[in-house]
Write a protein that binds this ligand. Sequence first.
Ligand code: FES
Length: 157
Amino acid sequence: MDPHKVDLAKLDAIIGRHQKEKWGLIPLLQDVQETYGYVPPQTIEPIAAALKLFPSQVQGVITFYSGFSLKPKGKYVCRVCRGTACHVKGGRSILRLMQKELDLKEGETSPDYQFTLETVACLGACFLAPTMMINRDYFGKLSPTKVNSVLGEYQKK
Ligand code: FES
């Protein structure tokens, strides 16, 4: 995917699906994010116009919800847990290892758009600490060896 090329033709159909909904903005933004992998900034004005909102209101919602991103993300979004349960089980060293292996800092995406590295407050699987997610898959009871083998699988894909 070339993240700089945005096919806006799909946007009309997305807007059409949600324009009549009473609280259509969030489902519409979810639809945009699923279609493009992020919310391209150039979609904000047409979305605002269609829902009779100010662009700043749409922007505000995108900024408020961490699930929305205005920047393209990698094909694989890695979310390392930095919650307390994971922290006491060595989560910090898992994060450091991920940073080293992917050569990314928190919030960064690799130049080839394969990986994005993020941290989250808790993945809701504390009994499996330390944990991380890659896209929708959970990985728990992580050790350096396990991190290397999991990453190896994704790097091969
Ligand atoms: S603290 Fe890591 S999953 Fe809850």
